[in-house]
Design a protein around this ligand. Structure first.
Ligand code: FES
Ligand SMILES: [Fe+2]
Length: 381
């Protein structure tokens, strides 16, 4: 991050600490409970929010080498991400051209993809290479029946895919000025350390909501992250439908006695970028954690969460492994055992139909922005 930006943000953090007031929005937002319970609301999200915007797929490290692949089954279309022999990352709809079976599952390394139903075979660039008993498919030219490709952009070590083969990606337009800051983290050299996949009984927006305000730190997280961060204090900036929100580590106090040229805002904060629609991308001082959330089986009250941890260099020692494992343990303990545990109860409360709306305070600007962005994208249908 540019040093002038680090200085400006550190000064802003000190202003908030000294005044005891966080970044605020004008007025309280009334948020409809239907956003978490109404199947028609989810249908509209699936046809707009999850269709028209590029999805963050992870860092380049998830498919570091030719043949590395990841299958993502819970998007609106099943996606297969694979790096070709030419080093280019491509995305396809993970459906065989014969009868539509998935050609890959999970993740791994593959010389090509052999469909598990009748063995139609595709190479790493999605081209159809073999049709068993081809004489019974007269007029079917293999060159025309490769996997359906999806628009993909790989830049600065990050990958986005448009889940619509007819769509296109304009990242500058989508991120509205946020890309240079993401680029400044030099993520092309990061390595993928671990993935956890969680299926939980809550609406897909809830795991994202929980990252978007530190108002709950001293209550819900009093024994986990509350001792590390200031409670109810954040910096926030909107970028179109996306935004970032920074929570401040108490260690930032050590900067007050140092020259501004040495102020390291990133080290003394956790900056969560909300990459619209479904990703929280958190720079955690010395590593990156991402949380991507999808509705599960078109259910308004179920989601799947992909947690990924990326670290700046390959992990080669037991000491480094213990360090990163402890970081992951804290992240999962905080989010799954504390945030998601109470959200499962909230989802159940919401489904009772007893309340029509809930409130987002002026001190929760990022949360208000996320719900505003969802509603704006849905209104564009
Ligand atoms: S469905 Fe893939 S080979 Fe038949
Ligand atoms: Fe939380």
């Amino acid at each position: 991050m540019d040093q002038a930006v680090q200085i400006a943000r550190t000064k802003r953090a000190f202003e908030c600490i000294d005044s005891g007031q966080t970044t605020t929005t004008p007025g309280v937002k009334r948020s409809p409970v239907a956003a978490y319970t109404d199947p028609k609301w989810l249908d509209r999200e699936l046809s707009t929010v999850f269709k028209r915007y590029p999805l963050f797929m992870g860092l380049s490290a998830v498919v570091a080498e030719p043949g590395d692949y990841v299958a993502l089954e819970h998007s609106t279309v099943p996606i297969l991400l694979v790096r070709g022999d030419d080093g280019i990352a491509r995305a396809f709809i993970n459906m065989c051209s014969h009868r539509g079976a998935p050609v890959a599952r999970g993740c791994g390394q593959a010389a090509g993809f052999i469909c598990g139903y009748h063995s139609w075979t595709y190479d790493r660039a999605g081209a159809l290479k073999a049709i068993p008993d081809q004489r019974n498919f007269p007029g079917i030219k293999p060159a025309e029946y490769g996997l359906t490709q999806l628009p993909l952009i790989e830049c600065h070590g990050m990958i986005w895919v448009q889940p619509d083969p007819e769509g296109s990606i304009d990242l500058d337009e989508h991120l509205q000025g946020m890309l240079p800051e993401l680029q400044s983290y030099q993520l092309d050299s990061y390595v993928h350390y671990e993935r956890r996949i969680l299926h939980r009984d809550i609406n897909w927006k809830m795991p994202i909501d929980t990252f978007l305000e530190p108002y709950h730190f001293s209550t819900l997280h009093k024994d986990t992250v509350a001792p590390i961060f200031y409670d109810n204090l954040c910096l926030f900036e909107g970028h179109g439908l996306n935004h970032w929100m920074a929570v401040i580590r108490k260690s930032i106090e050590t900067l007050r006695d140092k020259p501004e040229a040495d102020w390291d805002f990133v080290k003394h904060t956790a900056i969560s970028y909300q990459l619209f629609p479904n990703t929280i991308f958190t720079m955690q001082a010395d590593h990156l954690e991402t949380w991507r959330v999808f509705p599960l089986k078109n259910r308004v009250d179920q989601c799947v969460i992909y947690f990924d941890c990326y670290v700046p260099e390959p992990v080669t020692t037991e000491k480094a492994k213990r360090y990163w494992d402890a970081n992951i343990d804290l992240a999962i303990r905080t989010v799954d055992d504390e945030d998601i545990a109470i959200q499962v109860e909230m989802e159940s409360n919401f489904l009772s139909g007893a309340k029509k709306e809930v409130l987002i305070g002026q001190n929760e600007p990022a949360l208000a922005h996320f719900h505003w962005a969802i509603e704006k994208a849905m209104a564009g249908e």
